[in-house]
Design a protein around this ligand. Structure first.
Ligand SMILES: NC(=O)c1ccc[n+]([C@@H]2O[C@H](COP(=O)([O-])OP(=O)(O)OC[C@H]3O[C@@H](n4cnc5c(N)ncnc54)[C@H](OP(=O)(O)O)[C@@H]3O)[C@@H](O)[C@H]2O)c1
Length: 260
């Protein structure tokens, strides 16, 4: 039975990875900062912090693979790199387990600082000498839904113009990461993208129809936080030839509505 350490186990993706790895009968250890967090199933909790490196040696002891899902390490611009370096250093000392990293489609073509940091982490992992697999995915459906909801004020949704997404189900990405972790390291593997490329305003209208009837969708030209928006305007963040996800945006929203 494989021993897998999941970082970011309390996050959107990490939670699913833990659940799916347990379904595949792996022994799962979840790296968490706050041990009062409740995780699915029978994952072993390993307290640790990727920025300080505290707890990492214990968390990595005896693992065959690390699925690195943690992110959002705070305001420092090099925080993603600090965390990755801590993982790499500790993994070298822990017998070189397989490092599986989730990255994002288009990180190599974007000026957006978060994407650039992810690309640098990819490079660190490639040059680490550790066995690794890097999977890039498009945006999770939950990310786009949160984006749309964050643009909602006073009965209207005000969206920046010209953005497109190819959203994918987080469950499908999690399943693929677990499958990759259970195989020998493969280096950079082909990306995983959702089944449809959709304009943000069309996605918002489907959201309104299914979940929030009555809201009005507006699009507006905006230059604010433009590198972020540009990442989704340029079509560098979609992968039409890798549209292998199954769950459509509409089916995702219908499922969300049922869960409400
Ligand atoms: N969101 C998307 O659409 C998308 C698309 C493609 C790829 N990805 C990638 O998928 C990965 C997961 O994204 P997500 O949206 O699931 O992230 P998320 O929900 O924001 O979860 C982030 C996780 O990182 C943990 N974390 C933060 N700081 C930490 C630290 N210092 N030490 C240890 N753990 C720490 C958080 O733990 P706490 O609970 O302690 O805060 C949390 O579990 C990221 O690498 C992201 O770039 C995301």
């Amino acid at each position: 039975m494989a021993n897998i350490l999941v970082t970011g186990a309390t996050g959107t993706l990490g939670r699913e990875v833990v659940a799916q790895a347990l379904k595949q009968h792996a022994t799962v250890r979840a790296l968490v900062r706050d041990t009062t967090n409740v995780l699915p199933g029978t994952a072993e909790i390993a307290p640790g912090d990727l920025l300080t490196g505290g707890g990492l040696a214990e968390a990595m002891a005896g693992v065959d693979a690390i699925i690195h899902c943690a992110t959002g390490f705070g305001p420092a611009s090099d925080a993603e790199l600090v965390a990755a370096r801590n993982i790499i250093d500790m993994a070298r000392k822990a017998g070189a387990p397989h490092v599986v990293y989730i990255s994002i489609v288009g990180v190599d073509r974007s000026a957006f600082s978060y994407f650039r940091a992810k690309y640098e982490v990819e490079q660190l992992i490639r040059q680490s000498g550790l066995p690794f697999t890097i999977l890039r995915a498009t945006q999770f459906q939950s990310f786009v839904l949160n984006f749309i909801r964050s643009c909602e004020t006073d009965g209207s949704i005000h969206l920046p113009k010209g953005l497109s997404f190819q959203p994918i189900a987080v469950t499908e990405v999690a399943a693929e990461l677990v499958a990759l972790a259970l195989k020998p390291a493969q280096g950079s593997v082909p990306a995983m993208a959702g089944p449809q490329i959709l304009k943000l305003e069309d996605m918002a209208r489907t959201y309104v129809d299914i979940m929030q009837p009555g809201l009005v969708v507006h699009t507006e030209a905006t230059e604010s936080i433009s590198e972020y928006h540009d990442a989704f305007r340029s079509r560098d963040s979609v992968a039409p030839d890798r549209a292998i996800g199954h769950l459509t945006w509409e089916a995702y929203l219908q499922a969300q509505k049922t869960e409400q």
